[in-house]
Write a protein that binds this ligand. Structure first.
Ligand code: NAP
Length: 344
């Protein structure tokens, strides 16, 4: 029987606004109440950070005060709520699981930057054996789950060609490896300092975004060269409207532009909906919004089992007490791979 203390350490979002003033480390935050039917309690070992968390914290969402920061986690299941004949979860006490905290649970006060976390059992996935616990949250959380949504929407085949804008970030560094696992040719856009990094992950061609005044101009000229063919898909992780509006010059007519950058606001992009007859872009724009799902986490775990993911690149790992520095690193927009916080 695990001894669960009444209070725990947790990073609390005390108000909405900009970091760092809105986050406080509390050492006596009430431990979540024991799991109810269908729920589990997890002792968190590591959290992984995402830029989206900062965007959510900045929004004036009044219900999001005094909640716990952090979404992606990995940790050990230490308690399972009462089972009923209908509960058929395969989660066991002692299992190491990972995932991301669903928004509803965040609003109710659950967060990855806390020692204990209670979540519905169906939202987590068992950590694959070949994945180190210290980096597992970087794959089983948002970065991996978003890739699962992108890959389903992209529906690519061996031999296809994909361009990734923002290839060195948390999402892009997984996309490269999954695409290479599928036999897809990858062209990565990143800065020169990250060229060796993205090549190590599997990118065959690299474009330094600082070396070209206009990426669409450069891509247009490369695509026009004899022997070069347009892309089957573009994965966009960085704000760059012209990359889409000028894509007919380098994206196949039936190619897809898969955009994660704008999150929920991407559905309202004018360029996406503007009719072609009135000057709109004749290419399919798909706004990707990843919703926490154990199915997506399972897809990500399966990539480890298939041997497609060779590494979860670690930009940096911070101790729990230094999570503010981890968020500062995230805000810098310079992370190469994922940023982790050691919670345990
Ligand atoms: N829609 C969704 O469901 C969803 C899910 C996940 C993430 N997102 C969003 O997608 C975006 C990317 O997420 P992420 O986790 O991959 O971010 P991240 O890890 O913070 O990305 C940082 C990387 O971006 C690169 N970068 C910065 N400026 C660049 C530019 N102009 N061109 C190319 N690369 C550039 C940096 O490389 P250099 O230092 O070399 O510039 C760095 O490696 C974020 O805006 C995030 O909020 C959305």
């Amino acid at each position: 029987m695990v001894n669960i203390p009444k209070t725990m350490k947790a990073w609390i979002v005390t108000r909405t606004g900009k970091l760092p003033g809105i986050l406080e480390l509390k050492t006596n935050w009430p431990t979540p109440t024991p799991p109810k039917t269908g729920e589990i309690m997890i002792r968190v070992s590591y959290a992984a950070l995402n830029p989206g968390e900062i965007k959510v914290m900045a929004m004036a969402a009044p219900c999001r005060v005094n909640t716990i920061a952090g979404m992606d986690f990995v940790g050990e299941v230490i308690q399972i709520g009462p089972t009923t004949p209908k509960s058929h979860s395969d989660v066991r006490v002692g299992m190491i699981v990972g995932g991301t905290v669903p928004l509803m649970n965040m609003w109710r006060g659950a967060g990855a930057l806390s020692e204990y976390l209670v979540l519905p059992a169906h939202t987590v996935v068992e950590k694959p054996k070949g994945l180190d616990e210290s980096v597992a949250a970087g794959l089983l959380g948002i970065a991996g789950q978003t890739n699962a949504v992108i890959m389903r929407a992209a529906n690519l085949h061996q031999g296809d060609k994909v361009l990734i804008n923002g290839a060195s970030g948390g999402v892009g560094c997984i996309s490269i490896q999954v695409l290479r696992g599928m036999g897809v040719h990858v062209t990565a856009i990143c800065s020169a300092k990250n060229e060796a990094f993205v090549r190590r992950l599997g990118a065959e061609e690299v474009i330094d975004y600082n070396a070209h005044k206009s990426l669409p101009d450069y891509l247009t000229s490369v695509c026009a060269e004899p022997g070069n063919r347009p892309f089957d898909a573009i994965f966009n992780n960085i704000k760059n409207e012209p990359l889409y509006t000028r894509s007919p010059k380098y994206l196949k007519p039936n190619g897809k532009y898969l955009d994660i950058e704008a999150g929920p606001f991407g559905y309202f992009k004018l360029s996406k909906w503007w009719p072609v007859i009135l000057g709109g872009t004749p290419r399919t724009h798909i706004n990707i919004l990843s919703r926490p799902s154990s199915d997506s986490a399972k897809d990500a775990a399966a990539w480890i089992e298939k041997g497609w993911i060779k590494e979860i690149p670690v930009d940096s790992t911070f101790e729990m007490d230094n999570a503010l520095q981890a968020y500062e690193r995230m805000v810098s927009n310079r992370a190469t791979g994922k940023i982790f916080v050691k919670v345990k």
